[in-house]
Design a protein around this ligand. Structure first.
Ligand code: C2E
Ligand code: MG
Ligand code: MG
Length: 383
């Protein structure tokens, strides 16, 4: 058996003979326990952790590099799984996962490059209507990115946004989303008088927010597309705001001073204190759809609390993921301001969204809003 320090708090154990799993686990636990006690450096107590990757170094390995690569893979798995330190045995599935992840990155890079060079567009935007609960009027759309993969068909963002963020590819693609959506809204405004007050809500990741001068980029985008700032809503998650670094704060202040509206997405799913709402007074709280799902089952206290919280702080509440008439009725009773969800309309391709603007519809309070557009072939996601 050999031990190695790969760097920092990263360790590897190489097992030369067939392992006695229990014995190795005891050993790794002892190693981790030995680091549990704080180390006193002058007046300060310092805590250290270790992540350990364990490999059975028999048979299949041709070179030390291969062995190190697998130890490293297992060590990163330990880092991800146990943030306070831990150990993981290497398993072949980690290889497959790493290979798939790499493949995804290569394909994303290739398709983003083609998009930016104008040779091929594998990305497109869909638009999910957002409706004012009180009046049943269409107030705008949330912009949702789709990737038309050459073999897999349409891929949803949950399967690739994380890779875009890790690799920084979200920056060029995020710019494209912003530009395309702003251009689309301006086209609608020019073509239809009833589109004048429509808004577009665009999801932005922390990486975008943290770019130096990102707010001034948004400002010039608005000037270019000649949109009023209040027609643009940026959706960020709590994790962006609680990073609370100076760059976020500066960007937030500049965007607000421009008159751009900010929505807090998936509200209630983070683990943060509410105090950041004082530092970052957003305009809308978007109630996560996991809470809306409970509305139909007689549980409305969290939704009620979030709506009250938004109103007490001078914000508006937006319900996400409304899937049935009962949820809609309850949201109306609870005084929610806006809602979106499959019950009203799925994310639409641009031509279906255009049709909706061209012949505006109101949904009646019994929930019998004309859903023929959502049912039409213009719907982007076949779920
Ligand atoms: P999100 O911003 O919370 O968007 C709402 C998600 O809920 C969308 O998933 C939408 O299709 C889905 N949805 C809407 N109504 C319903 C409903 O009634 N029931 C159910 N079950 N789902 C509903 P989607 O499009 O797969 O996007 C997932 C997430 O990916 C988004 O969550 C957002 O965080 C991220 N995302 C999407 N587009 C972009 C983008 O352009 N940039 C960035 N940074 N993130 C994006
Ligand atoms: Mg969103
Ligand atoms: Mg959301």
């Amino acid at each position: 058996m050999f031990f190695a320090r790969l760097g920092g708090d990263e360790f590897a154990i190489f097992l030369a003979s067939p392992p006695d799993q229990g014995h190795i686990e005891d050993l790794a636990t002892q190693l981790l326990d030995s680091l549990n006690n704080p180390i006193q450096i002058e007046a300060t107590e310092v805590f250290v952790t270790a992540s350990i990757g364990i490999v059975h170094a028999e048979g299949q390995y041709q070179s030390p590099q291969e062995l190190l690569r697998d130890a490293d893979t297992a060590m990163y798995e330990a880092k991800t799984q146990y943030q306070g330190g831990g150990y993981v045995f290497f398993d072949e599935y980690m290889h497959t996962a790493a290979r798939n992840r790499l493949q995804l990155e290569v394909e994303l890079r290739r398709d983003i490059e083609a998009l930016l060079q104008g040779t091929r567009s594998s990305f497109f935007l869909t638009y999910q209507p957002i409706v004012a609960l009180e009046t049943g009027e269409l107030t705008g759309f949330e912009v949702l990115l789709r990737w038309a993969h050459s073999q897999k068909g349409n891929v949803l963002p949950d399967d690739f946004i994380a890779v875009l963020e890790e690799t920084g590819l979200i920056l060029p693609l995020g710019d494209w989303v912003l530009e395309t959506a702003c251009r689309q809204l301006q086209e609608w405004r020019l073509a239809y008088p009833q589109a004048e007050d429509l808004t577009i809500s665009i999801n932005v990741s922390g990486k975008q927010f943290l770019q130096p001068n990102w707010a001034s980029k948004i400002e010039s985008l608005l000037n270019q597309s000649q949109l009023p700032p209040s027609s643009l809503r940026l959706e960020v998650t709590e994790s962006v705001l609680i990073a609370s670094v100076a760059a976020v704060s500066d960007c937030f202040d500049t965007l607000k001073s421009l008159g751009i509206l900010i929505s807090l997405d998936d509200f209630g799913t983070g683990y943060s204190s509410l105090s950041y709402l004082q530092d970052f007074p957003v305009d809308h709280l978007k109630i996560d759809r996991s809470f809306i799902a409970e509305l139909g089952q007689g549980e409305n206290s969290i939704v009620q609390a979030v709506i009250n919280l938004s109103h007490n702080l001078g914000m508006q509440a937006v319900a996400e993921g409304v899937e049935n008439v009962e949820q809609l009725r309850q949201l109306l009773d609870l005084g929610c301001d806006f809602c979106q969800g499959y019950f009203l309309a799925k994310p639409l391709l641009p031509q279906a969204a255009t049709a909706m603007i061209a012949s505006p519809r109101h949904f009646d309070h019994a929930g019998l809003w004309h859903r023929d557009i959502a049912a039409s072939k213009g719907v982007a996601d076949q779920k």
